[in-house]
Structure formats: structure tokens, C-alpha cells
Design a protein around this ligand. Structure first.
Ligand code: ATP
Ligand code: MG
Length: 797
């Protein structure tokens, strides 16, 4: 027995010892590990990932795996994969297999041995007899209800049940008969005898064993009693020599039971002549991600109710789903490292995940051309029946990869419907009647004629090309502003494209009343049945990743039932189409993501302060709002576009204007000021309403507060909420527009700067700004600047 429990039988994922010392920016768990190593508390660090094989792993598990494996790797320690398989009813070997595969795929080296809690059942049982023998555990024959009731409440201590004082002999006899299968489920339980009055309810004689006549996927029918988590987990850790047992915060109170169990386990092992190890439990924040749900129970519900196609549905946060969507293990690991580990629960902006995915795919996914919504373009002056092939680079110049592919061109090509506008809005640099555009890597074409069917729908464009503009020829002829993707009709391959999007429309689908499933995004999957992709992808392996230029990152599907069909799953868009665009322009991740776009392929030129437009798929509702904002409210096409990329900003704007705030000024605030105070994507749950924003805008308009003051108010609204008017006075930001109050300050400033005043009077009127600035400063920034300017001119004039 002694060997059984203390023997070091690991071949775990190891590496040579490294120097693991405390560093700036180290998370609290690594800091703790470094301290343990420095103090010599452990020779080597052993961590574990302990999934229950009752579902597929999700990205929350990835966080735990990356953390546990990372610490073992960095310290030259070991990392164990162990199934916490103590619950026969929900576990299954297919889950276990998928989990092993997934952990491997993630690159977490567990050294080849998969551990199982079920393999320790015999040791756990013997330890239970040991506890009974020392009066530390007893068989309770109360009903579940009675046990619960006698446990007391937070304010009242628990009471003993009628069975707490059974003799050791009786307890042993009953426990053995429990194991032998003499009793039905629920007839008895084994409880630890700890402290019924403890303020920690979990210490009030926790359950150690229960009777379950159930088939276990690993031990079959050998057992009909099964240990509970709080008892089993510390023993599993101790047996495997785990040093740091990391779990999520909700287990904080369980730590007392963990320690109780480990302490007695050590005595037990010593009594048997062994040398026990001492694991410690530490808790960290579990990962919660916006716009999705994470618990296995809820994921199972989505799968079982057919709301998604299976555990590997690309919309799910399961690792299998993300894999199928085209996300790489490196991207997932980078994401987990980026978010770090902390001691308090927060929800993570899903934009961070998208960023990690784009950052990884940028240098991994070659660029190819694909047209999602093909519109036929006939090039009337291209020699009939001929074609030619361009040698097109697979990578943009800022990615240090090399290679090219042949790209065939002919007299009929497809372009995307969205790249043609019969009545182009201002700033539209793609194709329009009489207009010109460059076909990526090919020629400049001009649209000469628009062909429509009887229903008035555009079915074809007749264009002419300019042979002098052949890509790569020098000079390439004249420059045009737009470049668009295309596919030769004769050579292109029809394909299915699945545009996956967020599974839920609410950042926290589980918040609020009502069924969380009502927050499912009806547009989370849009299937395009007949897109056209360039022929170079024809023989690529399933699972190949691409950037379809100007469209997004895609991955060919690996599990489609039609082997001949070309199917592509969208992994991620090229940039964030959900969050406020202005916000992504300032946020760091988006800035980097911007590089993903090959500038030569982007066709829209925009004013500098605003982000370039991207093709955004709007819901019909948002589309209608865009039109209304531009027509009825007189916004520029740009502003209407930017405001209606997401429901939250459109709503915010609408509500503000409904309260009487002027549309154009309000649009400016929503587009340019909100991103400074709200995290990307946080608008929907912001602390203030559109009506309040509108009120603030009106306070600026009527001179109550200066623009600078209003910015301060907005920051406070975003932080803690509150009425703008009240905040203006609470923060002392009322704009002073009373000449009687300002004139004395103006006089004072002029008197203090008599020399400059003379210079001004002598003609150096450029000093006006100096005086206005001084007065503004003296007034705490609250003076009405126009009024100050007028007063200064009057006093000096
Ligand atoms: P869920 O609550 O999603 O059903 P679980 O905790 O029941 O998950 P387990 O198989 O018991 O799933 O978890 C295995 C390990 O993964 C545990 O150590 C657990 O703490 C960790 N883990 C589970 N979910 C998360 C998460 N969202 N963030 C970080 N770690 C997690
Ligand atoms: Mg669990």
C-alpha cells in the first residue's frame, strides 16, 4: 500500500529545470510558485488538468490547461492530465477520448500517461475505512432532505442527525455493506465528522460517499459507492504528487475540506509507512467570454435542442468548434496568455479573442480571391475565347512569407455585388456606371453598361479593360482609387461559404430575466450557397486556411458530409464589425489588426479621423436605420454608416436625438467621444442611456457646460452613471457665461501681463490666444471661451 500512494510513477510532460524566479508582471499564481521554489518547499512543481469526462472542452478549459501546463513547462516540472471521473452517471468514454485529443492538439504535453481518479477508488475506499476507524467519519442513514435540513443555515449552526454517534464497528459494518451492494441508492451516505457549527457550511460534516448503482465507463459494475468531489479530488492530487492544485474561485470555500482531507491522508500514508506529498489548492478567476455561454450544461442544452449542429459547431466556444472554424492552437494559447490569470471574475471582451485569431492567421493564411455574391462582368474588348495567367503573390509585403500562385483571367469575371453601386454614395471608390476600378493583380476596368433583368435586378455589367494597366507592367498605367477582388468565370470554383458570427446578441446572455436562449443571435450563421473562389485552392487539404482578400479569414471545412463540395467556414472577419469602429481605431488590438488588411486591396478612402469602411452585413433593421439617418436626419453617408454597424450605437444615437439633441452634433459624440469612455463592445451595457447622452449634448449646445467639461461629465457617466445635469454641478463644471463674473478675471489677467497687453495693442494680435488661455485657466476651464475672447478683445481694444 505504501508504494501505491507515494510512489512517483509519472512520466509527465517535463522539461529541463529552468530558472523560475519572480519577475515583474508575473501573475499571482506564478509568483507563489516562484516563492515556493525559492524557499525550497518543493523540489519540482507538478500541476494537473482534471476534467470530468462529461462534455467537450471549451475555451475556459483552455485557460486552465494553458495555465497548468505553462507553469509546469516554465519550471521544468510536470503536468498531468487526469480524468476526475467519480460520477458514473454523466461520464462517457467518447468524451474522454475527445478530451485527450483536444489537450494534445492544444500542445499541452502531458507525457503520454492519462490518469484516472477511478484508478484510485480502492485507495480512496481504504482511506475511508481508516477515517471511520479513527472516529472521523460515520454512516448517516438520514434522507437527503434530513441531512440538508440538519445542516443549519448561514446564521444557525447545524445539528447532529440521529446517526452521528454510531460506533466505529457499526459504521465499518454498514460501510462495507454499502460497498457490497446491500443497499439501494440513497439508503446511506458516509460523512466526515468535522464541525457542525463551523461558519463554513462545507465543513459541517461533508458527504464523502454515496450509493449509486450505476455502470461506470471505466470500472464497469465493480463499484456501487462513489466518492464525492471534495473527498476524491485532494486524494487524487496527493497520490499524483501534485504540488499546486489550481481551481476556479467558486471552490474557495471547499479549500477547508481539501486541507482536512489532505492532512488526514498524510497521517494515513505515514501510518502505512509511506512518504506523503502535500498538495495545496489555489483559486483563480474562471474565464467568462462575452456573447457566449460557457457552462457544459448550457452547451449541452444547445446541442441537444438542435440550436447548434453539434459539439463542434463553429459558433460554440468549445475547442472542437473553434478548431473547425479554423482557429489554431497557437491562437488559443496566445489568447489565454494575453488575458492572464487574476483573482476576480470578469467577463472578457470577445474582441480580444478575435484579435488573437487574426494576429495568428495574418502570417499563416495565404491571400486568395473569393467572391461571395457574384455579379457577372463581361469585358467586351478582351479577345474572345482567350485567357491569361497572372503570377499573384500569396502574401502581402508586410508578412515575411514567400510564394505565389497562378491566377487565371478571362473575358468574363465575377465581382462582388457590393463592389458595384449604380448610384454611388460620396466616397465610394469601387465600380459604378462610367467609373473605373482595378481588378486585383489584373487590369483597370471601366463600367460601360449595366444590364438588368425584367424585374430590374442587375444581372451583368459590361465593361472594358485597359491593356496598358496590366498589373506588374511598369508603369501600370494610371492609378485608380479602388481595387477589388474578382474570379474568372471560366476558371473559378463554386463553393459554399458559411459566415459564422456571435452566437448571442447580448454580451452576457445569462444576465437579466427570461430565458438565456432568447438572446441567441438569429444571424449567427449565414450560408452563402454559391460563392466563387479562385482555382488555386482546388487541391488543398481540408482544414486549409486562407484570407479571402477584403472578405475575412476562412478555413475549408473538415467534417462536411459531401466530400466533393468545397465548403469554407469563416474563422473571423478582417476587423471588428461589431464594436464601434472609432473605438477599434484607438484600441491597441484593432490597430494591429488593421495591418491585416492589405492597403492596396482596400478601396475606400475616408477622412483621416474615421476608420475605413468595411463591408458590414447589417440586419434589415440596421439597414433601415442607416437610410433613415442619412435621409431624414441629414447625416453624412459616413456617419450614418458608422452609427449603424451595431445595434447599441444606433440605439444610443436614436434615443439621444429623440430627446431633442441635434443630429449631427450627437452623431459626432457617439462616433468620436463615446469610444474614449466605453470599452469596445461595452456600449450595450453602458451605465448611461441614449437619452442621457442627448441631455449632455444639449447642455453643451445651450452653453451650460463647455465641450471639455462635457467630456469630463461623460467619463463620469461611463464610470458611475448619473444625470448629466447633476454631474455638471456636482463636478463644478458649469460653464460661466456671465460677463459680470468673467470681466474681473479678464482685467486681472491683463494687469498681470501688462507688457504683453502693450504688445497686443501695438499690433501683435496673435497674443489674443494667450490671454484667452490664461483666463480659461483661471476660471478652471469653465468659462465660455467665445465670451472670454470677446471680453479680452473689448478690454484690450
Ligand atoms: P463547466 O462549469 O463549464 O461545466 P467544469 O468546471 O464542470 O466546467 P471540469 O471538467 O470539472 O468542468 O473542469 C476541469 C478543469 O477546468 C477544472 O480545473 C476547472 O476549474 C477548469 N475550468 C472549467 N471551466 C473553466 C473556466 N471557464 N475558466 C477557467 N477554468 C475552467
Ligand atoms: Mg466541474
Amino acid at each position: 500500500m505504501a508504494e501505491d500512494v507515494s510512489e512517483n510513477k509519472h512520466e509527465g510532460g517535463t522539461s529541463t529545470t529552468t530558472d523560475f524566479t519572480e519577475r515583474d508582471g508575473m501573475d499571482f499564481i506564478r509568483t507563489l510558485v516562484a516563492d515556493d521554489l525559492r524557499a525550497g518547499r518543493y523540489q519540482s512543481i507538478v500541476t494537473r488538468f482534471p476534467p470530468e469526462p462529461n462534455g467537450y472542452l471549451h475555451i475556459g478549459h483552455a485557460k486552465s490547461i494553458v495555465l497548468n501546463h505553462g507553469i509546469a513547462r516554465e519550471t521544468g516540472g510536470r503536468f498531468n492530465l487526469r480524468f476526475d471521473d467519480t460520477n458514473p452517471e454523466t461520464e462517457d468514454v467518447s468524451y474522454a477520448e475527445s478530451i485527450v485529443d483536444t489537450v494534445r492538439w492544444l500542445g499541452a504535453d502531458f507525457g503520454g500517461t492519462v490518469y484516472h481518479a477511478a484508478d484510485y477508488f480502492e485507495q480512496m475506499y481504504r482511506f475511508a475505512e481508516y477515517l471511520i476507524g479513527r472516529g472521523l467519519a460515520y454512516v448517516d442513514s438520514s434522507t437527503d432532505e434530513e441531512v440538508r435540513e440538519a445542516r443549519g443555515t448561514v446564521t444557525e449552526p447545524g445539528r447532529p442527525t440521529a446517526f452521528r454517534d454510531r460506533s466505529v464497528e457499526e459504521n465499518l459494518d454498514l460501510f462495507r455493506r454499502m460497498r457490497a451492494g446491500e443497499f439501494p441508492d440513497g439508503a446511506h451516505v458516509l460523512r466526515a465528522k468535522i464541525d457542525l457549527a463551523s461558519s463554513n457550511m462545507l465543513l459541517r460534516d461533508p458527504l464523502l460517499y454515496r450509493i449509486r448503482h450505476a455502470h461506470h465507463y471505466r470500472t464497469g459494475d465493480k463499484w456501487c459507492i462513489y466518492p464525492l468531489y471534495d473527498y476524491a479530488h485532494p486524494i487524487e492530487d496527493a497520490i499524483e504528487g501534485i504540488t499546486h492544485s489550481l481551481c476556479t474561485l467558486e471552490f474557495e470555500n471547499n479549500r477547508a475540506v481539501y486541507d482536512w482531507t489532505v492532512d488526514h491522508w498524510q497521517d494515513f500514508v505515514r501510518a502505512e509507512g509511506g512518504e506523503p506529498s502535500r498538495p495545496h489548492q489555489y483559486e483563480f478567476a474562471r474565464l467568462a467570454l462575452d456573447y457566449t455561454v460557457m457552462s457544459k450544461r448550457k452547451l449541452l442544452q444547445l446541442v441537444n435542442e438542435g440550436l447548434v449542429s453539434g459539439w463542434d459547431d463553429p459558433r460554440l466556444p468549445t475547442i472542437a468548434g473553434m478548431r473547425r472554424r479554423g482557429v489554431t492552437a497557437e491562437a488559443l494559447r496566445a489568447f489565454c496568455e494575453m488575458i492572464g490569470v487574476a483573482k476576480s471574475n470578469t467577463r472578457i471582451d470577445i474582441g480580444k479573442l478575435d484579435f488573437a485569431i487574426r494576429d495568428d492567421l495574418n502570417h499563416r493564411a495565404p491571400r486568395v480571391l473569393c467572391v461571395l455574391n457574384p455579379l457577372k462582368v463581361t469585358i467586351t474588348n478582351y479577345p474572345a475565347g482567350e485567357s491569361e495567367t497572372f503570377d499573384a503573390p500569396l502574401w502581402p509585403h508586410d508578412v515575411p512569407n514567400e510564394g505565389s500562385r497562378p491566377l487565371p483571367f478571362s473575358g468574363t469575371v465575377y465581382i462582388d455585388r457590393d463592389d458595384f453601386a449604380e448610384n454611388p454614395p460620396k466616397g465610394f471608390y469601387r465600380l459604378s456606371p462610367g467609373g473605373e476600378v482595378r481588378l486585383r493583380y489584373a487590369y483597370v476596368i471601366r463600367c460601360d453598361e449595366v444590364v438588368k433583368d425584367d424585374a430590374g435586378e442587375i444581372v451583368e455589367l459590361r465593361c472594358s479593360y485597359d491593356p496598358a494597366t496590366r498589373s506588374g507592367s511598369s508603369p501600370e498605367g494610371r492609378q485608380v482609387k479602388g481595387t477589388i477582388q474578382w474570379v474568372s468565370a471560366e476558371h473559378g470554383l463554386p463553393c459554399e461559404v458559411r459566415l459564422y458570427d456571435r452566437l448571442f446578441t447580448a454580451p452576457d446572455p445569462e444576465a437579466g430575466e427570461g430565458d438565456w436562449k432568447q438572446n441567441l443571435n438569429p444571424d449567427s450563421l449565414v450560408v452563402i450557397h454559391r460563392a466563387m473562389v479562385e482555382p488555386s485552392v482546388r487541391d488543398d487539404a481540408p482544414g486549409s486556411r486562407y484570407q479571402f482578400e477584403r472578405v475575412g479569414y476562412f478555413c475549408s471545412d473538415t467534417t462536411d458530409s459531401r466530400p466533393d463540395a468545397l465548403v469554407f467556414n469563416r474563422t473571423v472577419t478582417l476587423r471588428d464589425t461589431w464594436t464601434k469602429p472609432a473605438a477599434s481605431a484607438t484600441a491597441k488590438p484593432a490597430q494591429k489588426a488593421k495591418k491585416d488588411r492589405d492597403p492596396s486591396a482596400s478601396s475606400d478612402a475616408r477622412p483621416k479621423s474615421k476608420p475605413a469602411a468595411v463591408a458590414v452585413e447589417r440586419t434589415p433593421e440596421l439597414e433601415a436605420l442607416r437610410t433613415r439617418f442619412a435621409t431624414e436626419l441629414g447625416l453624412s453617408a459616413d456617419d450614418a454608416d458608422l452609427l449603424t454597424r451595431e445595434v447599441a450605437s444606433a440605439r444610443m444615437f436614436e434615443q439621444a436625438v429623440a430627446g431633442g439633441a441635434p443630429a449631427r452634433t450627437t452623431a459626432n459624440w457617439v462616433i468620436n467621444e463615446l469610444p474614449r469612455v466605453a470599452d469596445a463592445g461595452a456600449l450595450a451595457e453602458s451605465k448611461f442611456t441614449g437619452a442621457e447622452l442627448g441631455e449632455l449634448v444639449r447642455l453643451v449646445e445651450d452653453g451650460t457646460v463647455s465641450v471639455a467639461g462635457a467630456r469630463t461629465v461623460l467619463e463620469e457617466m461611463a464610470r458611475s452613471g448619473g444625470s448629466p445635469r447633476e454631474l455638471v454641478s456636482k463636478l463644478g463644471l458649469q460653464q460661466v457665461s456671465d460677463p459680470g463674473a468673467l470681466t474681473p478675471i479678464v482685467d486681472q489677467v491683463i494687469a498681470a501681463n501688462a507688457g504683453k497687453a502693450d504688445e497686443y495693442r501695438g499690433g501683435k494680435t496673435g497674443l489674443l490666444g494667450f490671454f484667452v488661455g490664461q483666463v480659461m485657466r483661471q476660471s478652471g476651464g469653465n468659462a465660455n471661451p467665445e465670451l472670454v475672447s470677446r471680453l479680452v478683445r473689448e478690454q484690450l481694444g
